[in-house]
Design a protein around this ligand. Structure first.
Ligand SMILES: [Zn+2]
Length: 938
């Protein structure tokens, strides 16, 4: 029997965040009634009496919305079951499916306990569906044109050039394989979309979705083989439809299924499993399925070709019918099994298909994927996001945005807005989210080299677009613009079209790009779409009373509003913060110019004359009858500013206008990855450090700018070092520092990490004993020598509530390398194997033939859990081959400082698991001598 309290062995289970009063173990299985009695739920023993009392009090409240809460139990442990007089309007699970008319539905509640039953009829009035008017529409790609030669157009071309190097028959391989159609002697690509990874379909479909956008944004592009976006798309979508039809003929009971993975993957997770019969992992099948549906919807939406539109719609409707058939036959247990696996934006697409068809089956399928355990707390503004997988959660919220647009139900809108506000308290300076793909606690960001998954940024732009259409407030575009310039525009290698997956926020790492034909990560999938629509978000148009153009971004691009009017934006905000808006044609137009948060006081001139203006909702409104050739000059003051790292005192990212700047740390040991390896780079091995000290309080005084043939470079002169900065979007194949510690006015930062208290030096004052291969450990008066794989435990009761510091100097005795040597904390006083339960290892990993080492935090729970929050830092090795660590616990944070540095190389929040224990020293793989050991206790 397997029992767990607080946390199970499932790898993605998180610890219970609370306290237990007590718990009891019984020698026999209690009945439901006995349990309820013990909990005080049942006070009346007689069933009839209890049901009658419950009947008196039982009622159901409904005040609109798409869900009625139908409790399965009421008072006295009385069970309630429901039937509905019209299940098409009100389902027995409480979902409401409104249509154009008003309906009175009788909900019959059957109350029972033991053998006694009573029925109660409740009349529910369902009002006609409310339609929201989103008013502002993202402008049609065909009306947009880049002006002059622009960076954006260049990047869109790099992306499509890369896409056209791929072979469409290889991309179709897995669809044909699943459908038993000829594969034309081609083979599958490897990596995430290989047949054995069960991840096929995600890249291929987003490839088609990107082509759909290119049929509008670059319709005249011709590849080396003479193909165009439209011809490639037509070939692929027709073949995909043929695969779906073949599959239906071969498997009539699964008609409509459409995918590049074995349908068994869906059945396995439904039954609570993870592995297929052949031993491969079934992974996340509904995530793949969502990509298939989204592709069909995108092609239907964007491609101006009736035959292709029809094919896409046929694929979509048949596939959605299969989804409905599959999920509507599932039990609650099977549903829970399925919802445990990432399922992308299933709800987003299904609501859109419902809006398209008005077939309520798709709403019912949608409800299946609405995860109450996530959505209800978010609705109530309870932040349940910490420690959940970021990019699993965001598409579920996109589903709520889509639900709100399809139904007008405010429940979903509230979730979206609450979620957005929570996420804004958990992001990095450039809007990136998550470390090791997971959300952290509110108000905390930990730096690491595996942070900011690019898919999250792609999805957050989509969410911002929804919200802006509901409420066109320029603060949403401040966020959009930040992600656009400082994440999306930074996520592709301009030389190859390779995409980033995580982006490092830790000092000294570099961007790792996907290979052309062996990676196909999730972020390559979303990345190719991002670079097919760089026009996204710049302009929005409302056309209700007056023709209004909202100018959100200031990249050189024109928009054709109608046959009379075109608005052209020229200039290069990237370099000088200036934009000129020229009107081509005559006519009445309202222009809303965004006033960005980084300059609330721009200069506005119309036909050369300076204007005064008022700002509403973050916009300047110019409402006039324009004549051909009228022009508006809009100029920004591109000032410097620091954006504080959440949860850190002195750590900031530097911005110039809308652009995040990073310090240039050279390109030593920067290399491209060879295949689909999980490689996040070697640590920095240079002379620059992660902090700057100034004698005054204004960083602007210490910065100078240089325009080097269109590339901006900035020099920062600090007291301790001189650093070069570049825009993050110009940073390729080189090491960088996104955040630095800033110390102003001659601040003495070492005070911040000072622990006042008794300093106990190692001189046998510690209670010492050895674990593991203890015979290989020799303890002298001033130092400890540890041979391979040994540990020395220095007993001293540590508690998370205390402030303390532990320090030691580590030196490899026999080689240049130091592997997994360091300090472990909070180890319990138990037998050696269990010592490490809830212990943290702060360990040094020295690289061969390098003068730098990495310091990493590893976590031990019941099993080794690897990098804690995936944070790590770099340290230069001293000339004698040693590394000194100061490990400080203060206010629930862990700081690591090394070799006398005044700024931490790691700062991370500790969780409640580290309640108390001892510390020790260890050396796992190498011979190490440890000296200068001390412990400061407050
Ligand atoms: Zn991704």
């Amino acid at each position: 029997m397997h029992c767990a309290l607080g946390k199970t062995d499932f790898y993605n289970d998180v610890p219970f965040a609370g306290y237990y009063d007590n718990f009891k173990i019984y020698a026999c299985t209690l009945t439901e009634k006995e349990i309820m009695k013990k909990q005080g739920i049942i006070t009346i023993d007689n069933d009839e009496e209890a049901v009658k009392k419950a009947y008196q009090q039982f009622s159901i409240k409904y005040d609109g919305g798409l869900k009625i809460d139908l409790p399965k139990y009421t008072i006295e442990g009385v069970k309630v079951k429901y039937t509905s007089s019209d299940e098409n309007i009100l389902g027995v699970s409480g979902y409401v499916y409104p249509d154009a008319n008003k309906h009175e539905v009788i909900l019959k509640a059957t109350l029972s306990r033991g053998d006694y039953t009573m029925e109660k009829d409740i009349k529910i009035t369902v009002n006609p569906q409310k339609n929201i008017n989103t008013k502002i529409s993202e402008t049609d790609f065909t009306k947009l044109n880049y002006e002059e030669s622009s960076l954006y157009e260049d990047m869109m071309k790099v992306n499509i050039d890369y896409m056209f190097t791929l072979d469409v028959d290889r991309l179709l391989y897995n669809y044909r394989r699943i459908a038993n159609r000829p594969t034309l002697n081609s083979t599958s690509y490897p990596g995430w979309i290989s047949p054995t990874s069960n991840g096929a379909g995600q890249f291929e479909t987003m490839y088609v979705g990107a082509l759909a956008r290119y049929t509008l944004s670059m319709p005249n592009y011709i590849g080396k083989d003479g193909s165009t976006p439209l011809s490639r798309l037509r070939y692929m979508i027709n073949e995909m439809r043929a695969c779906q039809e073949s599959y239906a003929i071969n498997n009539p009971q699964e008609k409509g299924y459409f995918g590049a993975i074995d349908i068994k993957c869906f059945k396995v997770i439904r039954n609570g499993g993870t592995a297929l019969g052949d031993g491969t992992y079934s992974w996340v099948p509904y995530y793949m399925l969502h990509k298939n549906l989204a592709m069909a919807l995108d092609v239907y939406t964007y491609v101006n070709d009736e035959a292709i539109k029809k094919t896409a719609k046929d694929i979509l409707i048949d596939a959605c019918d299969w989804v409905y058939q599959e999920v509507s036959s599932m039990s609650e247990q099977e549903r829970n099994n399925v919802l445990n696996f990432e399922f992308g934006g299933m709800t987003e697409v299904l609501y859109k298909v419902y809006a398209l068809t008005k077939n309520t089956n798709y709403i019912k399928a949608d409800h299946f994927f609405e995860q109450e355990s996530l959505l209800n707390p978010l609705y109530n503004n309870i932040n349940v996001l910490p420690h959940i997988h970021a990019n699993t959660a965001i598409p579920k919220i996109l589903g709520c945005a889509s639900a709100y647009e399809a139904t007008g139900d405010e429940y979903y809108k509230t979730i979206v807005i609450n979620f957005y506000n929570m996420v804004r308290k958990m992001d990095y300076a450039n809007g990136g989210l998550g470390i090791n793909e997971f959300f952290e606690d509110e108000g905390i960001t930990t730096l690491g080299n595996y942070s900011e998954e690019t898919c999250c940024s792609y999805n957050m732009l989509k969410l911002t677009d929804y919200m802006f259409r509901w409420n066109p407030d320029s603060s949403l575009i401040d966020y959009f613009e930040n992600i656009f310039y400082n994440q999306i525009m930074c996520s592709m290698d301009p030389a190859t079209g390779g995409k980033t997956y995580p982006i490092s926020t830790a000092f000294g790492y570099y961007k790792i790009y996907s290979t052309a034909e062996t990676a196909f990560w999730c972020c390559c999938c979303t990345g190719q779409e991002s670079f097919s629509k760089l026009t996204y978000g710049e302009y929005y148009v409302t056309n209700d009373k007056n023709l209004t153009l909202m100018v959100n971004l200031f990249n050189p691009m024109s928009i054709k509003l109608n046959d009379q009017l075109t608005v052209k934006q020229t200039g290069d905000i990237l370099l000088d913060g200036k934009s000129r808006i020229t009107i081509v044609g005559d006519g009445k137009l309202t222009l809303n110019l965004r006033v960005p948060s980084w300059d609330k006081n721009p200069t506005l001139k119309i036909n050369g004359e300076e204007q005064t203006y008022q700002i509403n909702n973050g916009y300047i409104t110019i409402d006039r009858e324009f004549s051909n050739g009228d022009y508006i000059d809009y100029e920004f003051n591109m000032s410097y500013r620091l954006d504080k790292q959440k949860g850190s005192e002195n750590s900031y990212a530097l911005f110039y206008g809308p652009f995040m700047l990073v310090c240039d740390l050279g390109n030593k040991d920067v290399y491209d990855i060879k295949d689909n390896q999980s490689d996040f780079g070697l640590p920095y091995d240079g002379d620059k450090v992660n902090y700057v000290v100034f004698d005054d309080h204004d960083v602007t005084n210490h910065l100078t700018k240089e325009n080097n043939n269109g590339t901006l470079r900035f020099t920062m002169k600090a007291t301790n070092q001189e650093l070069e900065f570049i825009r993050f979007m110009d940073c390729y194949h080189q090491r960088y520092g996104m955040y630095l510690y800033y110390y102003f006015d001659g601040d003495n930062p070492s005070n911040e990490y000072l622990i006042e208290g008794e300093k106990v030096k190692y001189d046998n004052k510690f209670d010492i004993y050895k674990t593991n291969n203890s015979t290989n450990v020799s303890i002298n008066d001033s130092s400890i020598d540890i041979d391979n794989s040994s540990e020395v435990k220095l007993i001293s009761n540590l508690s998370l509530g205390n402030e303390f510091e532990i320090g030691a100097t580590f030196k490899a005795k026999t080689s240049n390398e130091m592997m997994n040597s360091g300090i472990y904390l909070f180890a319990k006083n138990a037998s050696s194997g269990q010592d490490k339960i809830n212990a943290l290892n702060v360990q040094i990993e020295r690289n061969a033939n390098s003068s730098s080492a990495t310091v990493k935090i590893h976590k031990f729970n019941q099993a080794y859990e690897g990098l804690y929050n995936s944070c790590q830092g770099n340290v230069k090795v001293n000339s004698d081959g040693s590394v000194s660590l100061r490990v400080i616990v203060k206010d629930g944070y862990l700081y690591v400082l090394a070799n006398g540095s005044i700024a931490p190389i790691i700062k991370t929040k500790l969780d409640k698991n580290y309640s108390g224990g001892n510390f020790g020293l260890r050396s796992q793989f190498s011979n190490v001598s440890i000296s200068n050991i001390y412990y400061i206790k407050k």
